[in-house]
Design a protein around this ligand. Structure first.
Ligand SMILES: [Zn+2]
Length: 237
């Protein structure tokens, strides 16, 4: 996840796996390290109730599970003052008869409470564009899942692409190194190639969401293709 403070808005991009699932679930998807949302927010002088917006890049459980929590025998939004944002086609893809391949990633307990909360805004638009409410541009890609959203954020004069599951770690920078979860691998290769080229040419940085060791990275064009240039900590930008 990435927290963006912009004027009066405090936007969280994705909400992680969360902690409401069963012990059995966490045997398969164990959480690594000491970090969690509350501790990270506290470290920056915020708490959950300060979050004004949560943007889902897509609805696979490791990106949206933390947006809801258990409250007795109910599941409720974990950010009570936030508006939840999701691309409309993707929401429908995930909730209206999801395909058998991704069905196990789109969990009802993550999505129904968000829908029922009245805090959900679905945004349409099949093209990339600027979202006035959130204050940044969004790119759309279709290789990993239908209409995954990649925020393109201006920060201290730099452009940071939140690469979500298009380029989840630096290990996925080489074009043919794909995630097994991609529904359209050939489309991912094409989308990744275009975006990496653009990034290397224009000096965009990539935020790699699943990379435990690199916060943001710059890229360079070499004779072997686009490669990692520098790994940078956001606080040193
Ligand atoms: Zn995913």
């Amino acid at each position: 996840s990435l927290l963006i403070e912009d004027g009066n808005r405090l936007v969280l991009v994705d909400a992680g796996l969360g902690d409401k699932q069963s012990a059995k679930f966490f045997r398969f998807f164990s959480r690594w390290g000491e970090h969690n949302t509350d501790a990270s927010l506290t470290a920056h002088g915020f708490n959950r109730d300060d979050i004004t917006d949560v943007l889902f890049t897509h609805l696979h459980f490791d990106h949206c599970g933390g947006a809801t929590k258990r409250d007795g025998d109910k599941i409720v939004p974990a950010f009570k003052n936030a508006r939840f944002w999701c691309q409309k086609d993707h929401w429908e893809w995930a909730t209206i008869s999801p395909n058998p391949r991704e069905k196990a990633s789109f969990l009802k307990e993550n999505l129904e409470p968000i829908k029922d909360s009245g805090q959900l805004t679905l945004f349409a638009g099949r093209e990339a564009g600027f979202c006035k409410e959130l204050g940044f541009e969004m790119l759309l890609v279709d290789g990993h899942t239908e209409k995954m959203v990649l925020p393109k954020i201006n920060y201290k004069g730099k452009t940071i692409i939140f690469a979500a599951d298009l380029v989840p770690t630096v290990g996925h920078i080489p074009i043919p190194y794909l995630m097994g979860y991609d529904i359209r691998p050939l489309v991912t290769m094409k989308e990744k190639g275009l975006l990496l080229n653009d990034a290397a040419k224009n000096g965009y940085l990539f935020f790699m969401q699943h990379d435990a060791h690199n916060e943001v990275v710059s890229l360079k064009n070499t004779e072997k293709g686009i490669c990692l240039d520098q790994s940078i900590s956001l606080k040193n930008l």
